[in-house]
Design a protein around this ligand. Structure first.
Ligand SMILES: Nc1ncnc2c1ncn2[C@@H]1O[C@H](COP(=O)(O)OP(=O)(O)OP(=O)(O)O)[C@@H](O)[C@H]1O
Ligand SMILES: [Mg+2]
Length: 165
């Protein structure tokens, strides 16, 4: 997918790194072990891997995300793998997905909220297992709680597998 398609994905409110800097703010919403997650519009983020040769992993994550969505597990809606411009770098392929506006479980301070968030996380993990997913590297660091929905969303499926059924 070319850069122009980002406009289609994000509508008028899109952000392409290195352009439109006056109109839109770049947000780095997360720095992970495998890449940087940028906010590219009101509702979307782009996960840009550190190593572009790891594109296969990104495709795997996208596939897992799609399958988890179909199974009814709470995960960010996937948009696609697109080419983006990143600051002081060349074009790069990124996984574009829904921005989950919430709190990472590792950051929740309130005990009651934490209990609710963990229960919801465990329900989503159990649901995934029911559908023969094999979760890896999951837990509070890869879960985001959305308070007004009372719902935890799982993120980061690059190491997940699905059992052959
Ligand atoms: N869809 C999303 N909505 C909101 N924030 C997100 C989203 N995806 C990722 N993030 C943020 O970006 C961080 C890094 O994302 P992610 O865990 O997918 O990357 P990673 O490089 O695979 O991380 P890890 O260090 O766990 O291997 C997350 O911890 C989270 O804070
Ligand atoms: Mg992670």
């Amino acid at each position: 997918m070319a850069l122009d398609n980002i406009k289609e994905l994000c509508g008028e409110n899109y952000f392409v790194f290195g352009t439109n800097t006056k109109k839109f703010k770049t947000y780095v919403v997360g720095v992970g072990g495998e890449g940087i997650v940028y906010r590219i519009s009101d509702s979307l983020v782009a996960k840009v891997p550190y190593y572009q040769h790891e594109i296969k992993k990104l495709h795997h994550e996208r596939r897992m995300g799609l399958e988890l969505s179909l199974a009814g597990v709470a995960v960010p809606r996937q948009k696609g793998i697109v080419e983006v411009d990143i600051p002081s770098s060349s074009r790069s392929l990124a996984l574009v997905m829904e921005f989950i506006e919430g709190q990472k479980l590792t950051r929740i301070k309130n005990r009651k909220i934490m209990e609710t968030a963990i229960k919801s996380m465990e329900e989503e993990i159990a649901k995934a297992r029911d559908y023969f997913f094999i979760p890896k590297d999951y837990g509070r660091h890869n879960s985001i709680f959305v308070a007004n929905e009372n719902q935890t969303y799982l993120i980061d499926f690059s190491d997940w597998r699905r059992a052959q059924t």
